[in-house]
Design a protein around this ligand. Sequence first.
Ligand SMILES: [Zn+2]
Ligand SMILES: [Zn+2]
Length: 109
Amino acid sequence: MVFVPDLGVDAVQTCSKCHALSPDSAKVCQSCQADLREFSTTAMALKRIRANSRASAIHLAVPLNACPACRAVEGTYPKDQVPALPVEGCSEPNGCQGFYEPLLDEIYP
Ligand SMILES: [Zn+2]
Ligand SMILES: [Zn+2]
């Protein structure tokens, strides 16, 4: 039995402006109409990683029990070539659980 840590990733998209939840299929926040491709919490995380000069690449991580569409895109990408979240074609009943992680350059003092 493998436990996947709860990283605070919602099963649906979370608006970074008003914190309302919207389904993965929504293009805009159902509460404040913000563009979720720009302002979902995952999109904001991606922006932060891209802006981090120590991040040399981005890892798209998915849970061990993720659907085939998510497993197919799991991997490490150049900062400007990461697939968007939620994963297109994701078939999980509770919504896509993919998230971004920075790959940081080691700093040798
Ligand atoms: Zn909103
Ligand atoms: Zn999926």
